[in-house]
Design a binder for this molecule. Structure first.
Ligand SMILES: Cc1cc2nc3c(=O)[nH]c(=O)nc-3n(C[C@H](O)[C@H](O)[C@H](O)COP(=O)(O)OP(=O)(O)OC[C@H]3O[C@@H](n4cnc5c(N)ncnc54)[C@H](O)[C@@H]3O)c2cc1C
Length: 444
């Protein structure tokens, strides 16, 4: 029966997904609601029969990979399936170092198959397109899976309209010609190619407003691009347009690096809130100024992955369309079988790999406990982030922090912060060692 689905109704009536998300059944659609469901998506996916309670994890990034491994460790009876649309893992952390030739591409790439084999779960290379929370089915283009628990860890998407670019042609040109390089894969390769071909002029980088992915990464990238210009003797300038009033983290270390190491190469413009981008004219307009550029990587505002919105799970007051979850237990409000973790969460934690990894260790325990009718005390995520500022030798600065909940203001803030803002070769090596340790934790 081809019923008129609830979601189609919202789309046609012009009711926004955020508004739809406030209704309890917004995320529920039956298989027959999907136009082509009768074909492949309406059938069970071709996977081994579940040998225990099935836990489906969506997204094989830093959060999902850790989650899949530790769900199995915390509750060996769980039958864990990791669904990921990419065929190969490419790390975002350390890409800035790779741009400056401090590591090889192999350092960043890892096999999802090895992670699944080493940790006794199923890797399903597919794309999730819908979820029916009533019948506990998750739909992919290759059929559906039934779940006992579902963890959504789909990461982020970009919001170009927040920097005044709304025409689909312009958005597409911007994405293609000046990719942000904050989602894993082709974007980073394109930026690397740009640097190899850059003959001089202005190379623009931007820092968005809001809680964007990896606070220090745009500043680290600025240092690495400037270091390349210095090394290759390119007569170029790195123009960093920051939508924030000042450097958002490790401020003294980055300011010091811009002034000491890259004087005359880095031009830092704080408070540069982008109002529009003239893609053809290669010009960025802020409220008061206009900046011409020759090439670059433009990082727009970040939002949670569109999957969260498609499923009607957006927190009503979230400016970044993040998920409506319990901030301590991570389950979708009113549903203890669906969890959202990683950069799609609404809590003001740093959107970082280490944060996602430590959080997944905790949420795996939450789910394992729930399956046994228990609860566990809240554990703070742990943010550890090294930033390279200098190459040959590689030298880095770092931050290490936990979080504390402020009952009065109802939000989380940094707690027990250790900042090292004087760069050193020891930190540079610790930077690489940190990444190796993280990859081991996800893949071995
Ligand atoms: C340049 C750069 C440098 C960084 N440096 C650091 C650092 O030094 N330290 C640090 O801790 N963090 C760093 N980060 C941040 C870190 O990469 C992210 O915070 C982390 O990847 C978030 O993990 P996640 O699992 O939420 O999202 P992701 O890692 O992006 O994973 C999401 C996954 O979900 C998949 N997916 C999405 N939708 C679907 C779907 N419908 N079906 C199937 N699969 C789907 C995606 O393909 C992706 O693999 C850096 C990021 C960048 C860009």
């Amino acid at each position: 029966m081809n019923k008129f689905s609830r979601r189609s109704f919202f789309k046609l009536s012009g009711i926004t997904a955020a508004a739809a998300a406030t209704t309890p059944l917004a995320a529920c659609a039956s298989g027959s609601d999907i136009p082509h469901a009768a074909g492949i998506t309406g059938k069970a996916a071709d996977l081994p029969k579940a040998k225990g309670p099935r836990v489906v994890v969506v997204g094989g990034g830093w959060s999902g990979l850790t989650m899949a491994k530790y769900l199995k460790k915390e509750h060996p009876d769980f039958d864990v399936v990791l669904i990921e649309k990419r065929g190969l893992f490419m790390s975002c952390p350390i890409t800035n170092l790779w741009l400056a030739d401090q590591v090889k591409l192999e350092f960043l790439d890892h096999s999802f198959l090895d992670a699944a084999k080493n940790n006794n779960y199923i890797f399903f290379n597919a794309t999730v397109i819908d979820v029916d929370r009533k019948s506990r089915k998750v739909y992919t283009e290759q059929g559906y899976l039934k779940y006992e628990y579902l963890v959504l860890a789909p990461g982020i998407d970009y919001n170009y309209s927040a920097i005044g670019v709304t025409d689909p042609v312009d958005v597409n040109t911007l994405k293609t010609n000046y990719p942000a390089g904050f989602m894993p894969g082709s974007e980073h390769l394109s930026i690397k190619n740009k640097l190899a071909e850059f003959e001089g002029g202005v190379f623009v980088l931007t820092v968005p407003q809001g809680n964007y992915r990896c606070l220090p990464a745009p500043y680290e990238r600025t240092c690495m691009v400037a270091a390349e210009f210095k090394k290759q003797k390119i007569k170029g300038k790195v123009l960093l347009l920051d939508g924030n009033p000042d450097i958002t983290i490790k401020k003294d270390g980055f300011h010091h690096a811009f002034d000491e190491l890259y004087k005359g190469i880095v031009e830092y413009q704080p408070g540069a809130i982008i109002k529009s981008v003239d893609v053809a004219g290669k010009t960025i307009k802020t409220e008061f100024d206009s900046y011409k550029f020759d090439d670059g990587a433009i990082y727009p505002r970040v939002r949670a992955s569109r999957l969260i919105e498609t499923l009607g799970l957006v927190k009503p007051d979230s400016p970044q369309f993040e998920a409506n979850i319990d901030p301590f237990k991570y389950n979708v409000i009113g549903d203890e079988h669906v969890y959202v973790t990683g950069d799609a969460r609404p809590m003001g934690f740093s959107k970082s790999g280490n944060t996602s990894n430590s959080e997944a260790h905790y949420v795996a325990k939450v789910i394992a406990a729930h399956a046994q009718g228990k609860e566990i005390p809240w554990e703070s995520p742990h943010t550890v982030c090294f930033s390279a500022v200098m190459i040959d030798p590689l030298e880095s600065i770092s931050v290490d922090a936990h979080y504390k909940y402020n009952e009065k203001e109802k939000h989380f803030g940094f707690y027990d912060v250790k900042m090292v803002q004087n760069w050193s070769a020891d930190r540079g090596q610790a930077n690489l060692e940190w990444a190796r340790g993280m990859y081991r934790d996800m893949f071995s």
